[in-house]
Design a protein around this ligand. Structure first.
Ligand code: FMN
Length: 370
């Protein structure tokens, strides 16, 4: 099952796992795939500790780090580096709307020691560069960027250190641009995916991107993948592997709050919505009172990125904090894809990997006999 990209990265299976949990990173990499740590909401101190922990536990297996380096800034490149300046740009009507929601649903404030300030900083160019510099001091094999190609100097820094660069895209026309910018791995992410996504389904997007990229890069399929049959289908479409996100939210090791895990376990594949409510860009998330409130015609329009994220970050942090105290607030949501309908059981990440690999092998063998 090893593809050329597996050989380049030292993987035994073509499975990439985006996750915010260092435990899942280690479990997937130790099982032969590649764990990729999402660091958008992580302050520098925690990131440093997490990377040290991964290095100590991963048995030298390859892993990656996923950052969000915004390609465009409000006010020009680097012009709005300061989260305090961004905060001042939030319209009063929007603040009042969010505060009203929190009041209506009785969401407790954060305790004094918990702050969202560091998380907000991660959306600025300077802070995400700091994260990349820190990550490059560890034996990572991959840097992925969520929104557009990373800046040229960062791609060069990575390549000089033998680190491959991946970028997520949701439409075929972005693929050639990314390759021209020096991106090595294009993650073709269909609309089924959790988090930011376009409108094209994985089944249509992947062959489109594979053909556009040709021999100039590797393509991974993402969006709606949670089983070995889907993995085999992605390989059949020409992808060199699969990039997964949602399925790790309900892994035993994941630090998703138990009440949220339970919400995800009972949700069906129709229970997600592509909405601008969290970040200002369309992102697939669990349908809850939060997304419903933002869909209402009386609600102010979502703000452009990164302002919407700045506006909602504290509310989201409050909801997740109370979820960790066991409160299942009707507003509580999470980015998650349509594969949520098949996430019905809490299982260790290694078991999820083993089952996907076994089913993929069996599927490839079955197809070979046709
Ligand atoms: C909870 C959650 C958070 C995500 N956050 C990010 C992120 O910060 N950066 C990123 O590149 N992708 C992010 N994604 C998208 C994943 O990297 C991945 O492309 C997507 O989950 C794949 O589709 P799937 O959810 O159907 O597996 C996120 C996805 C989820 C479910």
């Amino acid at each position: 099952m090893q593809t050329e990209l597996c050989h380049r990265l030292g993987l035994t299976i073509p499975l990439f796992a985006f996750t915010r949990s260092r435990e899942v990173v280690v479990a997937v990499s130790r099982a032969g795939g590649m764990g990729v740590l999402g660091v958008i909401a992580t302050d520098t101190e925690t990131l440093s500790a997490d990377l040290d922990w991964i290095d100590a536990n991963i048995d030298g297996k390859p892993y990656g780090v996923d950052v969000v380096i915004p390609a465009k800034h409000i006010g020009g490149a680097g012009g709005m580096g300061n989260p305090d300046d961004l905060q001042k740009m939030l319209p009063e009507a929007h603040r009042d709307f969010v505060n009203g929601l929190l009041e209506r649903y009785d969401v407790p404030p954060l305790p004094a020691e918990v702050t969202t300030h560091e998380a907000l900083k991660a959306w600025t160019d300077a802070a995400s560069r700091e994260q990349v510099e820190l990550a490059l001091r560890h034996p990572i094999k991959l840097i992925a960027n969520a929104l557009g190609p990373p800046p040229a100097d960062i791609i060069e820094r990575c390549h000089n250190q033998g680190v491959l660069v991946a970028a997520l895209i949701g439409s075929g026309r972005h693929a050639t641009k990314q390759v021209a910018a020096g991106v090595d791995i294009i993650v073709a992410q269909g609309t089924e995916a959790g988090g930011h996504c376009g409108e094209i389904s994985t089944f249509v997007l992947v062959p489109e991107v594979v053909d556009a990229v040709g021999d100039n890069g590797a393509v991974l399929a993402a969006g709606g993948i949670g089983s070995g049959r889907q993995m085999a289908a992605a390989l059949a479409l020409g992808a060199q592997g699969v990039w997964t996100g949602s399925i790790w939210l309900t892994a035993a090791e994941s630090d998703t709050a138990q009440v949220l895990k339970e919400k995800l376990l009972t949700a069906g594949s129709r229970d997600t919505i592509r909405s601008r409510a969290i970040s200002g860009k369309p992102a697939r998330q669990l349908k809850t009172a939060w997304s419903e409130a933002w869909e209402s015609t009386e609600t102010p329009d979502a703000l452009p990125m990164p302002l919407q994220f700045m506006l909602t970050a504290e509310a989201v942090a409050r909801l997740h904090h109370s979820a960790h105290q066991g409160v299942d607030n009707p507003l509580l949501t999470s980015p998650v894809g349509q594969i949520v309908g098949r996430m019905n059981e809490i299982r260790p990440a290694a078991e999820i990997v083993a089952e996907m690999v076994a089913e993929c092998e069996a599927t490839l063998a079955r197809l070979g006999k046709l």
